[in-house]
Design a protein. Structure first.
Length: 137
């Protein structure tokens, strides 16, 4: 008789557990799938810097990329780009009289001309240096 009671108790517990699972599924909605993070937003500044780096990366030792910008009626040869953030670029270079010049420009309105040129055999090619701020932390 004891074995029969144990079987009834186990069957009752299994039935109650199944009934509870079914009731929970009906009363509680399915958990939401975790939201995927939004893809990073492309910025104009980030795209410009990426293009410059992509053009400059495969250059040979006898080539350089000449980057120029028009500003204030002058043509500036850009030697360095400072990136305080991806919305503002600071172009550092030399003007036609070899004066060191900085142009602070919104990334959305900058226009750069990039040309690949051969350098003289005895000359060292110039690379455009891109300096971004260090992460705070």
């Amino acid at each position: 008789m004891a074995f029969g009671n144990i079987g009834k108790v186990i069957a009752g517990q299994a039935l109650e557990a199944t009934k509870k699972n079914v009731m929970d599924a009906i009363t509680n909605p399915e958990p939401k799938a975790p939201e995927r993070p939004a893809p990073p937003v492309e910025t104009t500044g980030g795209t410009i810097l990426g293009q410059i780096q992509a053009m400059q990366r495969p250059l040979g030792e006898d080539q350089e990329m000449v980057v120029t910008a028009q500003a204030g009626g002058e043509t500036l040869r850009v030697l360095e780009i400072l990136v305080p953030n991806l919305h503002v670029l600071v172009l550092v270079g030399v003007d036609s009289e070899q004066n060191v010049t900085r142009v602070i420009v919104p990334a959305d309105s900058v226009c750069l001309v990039c040309k690949i040129k051969k350098v003289a055999p005895e000359a060292r090619p110039v690379r455009v240096n891109i300096l971004s701020p260090r992460p705070k932390g």
